[in-house]
Design a protein around this ligand. Structure first.
Ligand code: LLP
Length: 415
């Protein structure tokens, strides 16, 4: 485990978090390189000899160093924008291991992805298929494509991160996909390579994935009958992590269940796109208690980190464990609401936590490696925080804290 106590001080691998705030200030995100590598490798190794590619979903944490660590161990990448594509290339990732997802790829993005030779476009609509075909034609290339099908299964997760229901904007109705595949098959500028599906995020049971896979396999059979051959199935991301002690998916069981269904159809390559499960528990957000304030009903610990730095609690009412970095510190025991300085009632990181706190203490908001920094903003003209990577007993700044000048460096006074 990347984060554990040693002599009552929370450490990232072998480095005390107290040392990191001394070196880099507060707030900061801290990532464990070993955890990131192990998490990705757990997926990769679970496939054994079955052909596969584990494409890390860049949106979960797109820091160049995170991508670099993953590229070095052979990861593929799931990208959703030209920004993510360029990050992957900058970090040493290979275009032919990138699957390009995303609901509305623009012409500029499509052209660039064709130029560098991405592995596959995951198509989200008939119009997008047409656009990709015409751009491929204009530059004399053939675009590899999968259709992202919407299998209409309930992922049993937060409604904002459920994507596989008919009411969600994602993908093509599975019943309409056949027609699109036929069209793609007939085009000189498109080459059919797979079927794609992603049903949601923070999924904690295997059954929704298998329900979706059953529907995908029906389509696979239908395509086969029409002589449309599929070389891979992309089953998306979505494997949940333990935020609050919840039972989550055993990765080996999940992959075994997939392989046993897919294996019956032959040696088809399986692509998966985990994001959260690779980086979520490999990162923490460290914040300092600035002020303690108690009234007749509530105890507030006002910290220097806020909703602009870690949006998940405010946006999804998400639960993150909060630990004191130094358990030696003696403080006031209460049920604290951990709130930030932003002028919004929704600005909280945690509520009602039994902690012993003093002003000046540091808190670790756990499981913050996924959808943490990447969803941060400059709201309230707050500078975005620094990110640090730990490996064994070494640590390295992997993103500088923004300066106040950075905040308005791209703005102009009126002429
Ligand atoms: N593939 C596609 C096409 C996706 O849309 C996503 C996530 C993933 C893979 C990776 O899913 P994961 O393995 O990380 O669950 N901001 C939200 C999560 C949004 C997920 C969006 N799509 C949160 O903080 O919970």
């Amino acid at each position: 485990m990347g984060f554990s106590y040693n002599n009552q001080i929370l450490h990232a691998e072998s480095v005390a978090l107290t040392d990191l705030v001394e070196s880099y200030g507060s707030p900061i995100y801290v990532y464990s390189r070993t955890d990131i590598e192990n998490n990705w490798q757990e997926f990769d190794q679970a496939f054994g000899l079955h052909p596969h590619l584990v494409c890390y979903a860049v949106k979960a944490n797109p820091n160049l160093a995170v991508l670099n660590v993953l590229a070095k161990i052979g990861a593929g990448f799931d990208i959703v924008s030209i920004g993510e594509l360029e990050r992957v290339l900058e970090a040493g990732g290979e275009a032919h291991k990138c699957v390009f997802s995303g609901v509305a790829k623009t012409a500029v993005e499509i052209r660039r992805a064709l130029e560098v030779g991405v592995r596959c476009f995951n198509i989200e609509s008939a119009s997008e298929l047409n656009k990709i075909e015409s751009i491929a034609q204009s530059i004399g290339k053939q675009a590899p494509i999968s259709i992202r099908v919407n299998p209409d299964v309930d992922a049993k997760t937060h409604p904002y991160i459920s994507t596989g229901l008919k009411e969600n904007k994602f993908g093509v109705d599975i019943d309409e996909a056949l027609g699109l595949y036929q069209k793609a098959q007939d085009s000189k500028y498109l080459s059919v390579c797979g079927i794609d599906c992603h049903i949601g995020s923070q999924i904690t049971e295997v059954s929704p994935f298998l329900d979706a896979l059953d529907k995908v396999l029906i389509l696979f059979e239908q395509l086969k009958k029409q002589d449309i051959s599929i070389s891979h199935l992309d089953l998306g991301g979505g494997v949940g992590i333990d935020y609050a002690g919840e039972q989550t998916i055993d990765i080996q069981n999940y992959i075994n269940a997939i392989i046993s269904k897919v294996g019956a159809m032959g040696e088809i390559e399986i692509i998966i796109e985990p994001g959260r499960a690779v980086v979520g528990n490999a990162g923490v957000f460290i914040t300092k208690v600035e002020y303690l304030k108690q009234n007749s009903t509530h105890a507030f610990a006002i910290v220097d980190g806020a909703m602009n730095d870690l949006l998940r609690p405010s946006f999804y009412n998400a639960y993150h464990r909060v630990l004191t970095v130094d358990k030696n510190a003696i403080g006031i025991q209460s049920k604290w609401d951990i709130v930030g300085p932003v002028c919004e009632t929704g600005d909280f990181l945690a509520k009602g936590r039994n902690l012993s706190l003093t002003e000046g203490d540091y808190l670790a908001v756990m499981s913050a490696g996924a959808y943490g920094f990447t969803m941060s903003s400059n709201y309230n003209s707050r500078t975005r925080v620094a990110e640090v990577m730990v490996s064994g007993n070494t640590h390295q700044l992997v993103r500088e804290r923004e300066s106040v000048q950075d905040l308005f460096a791209k703005e102009y006074l009126i002429k």
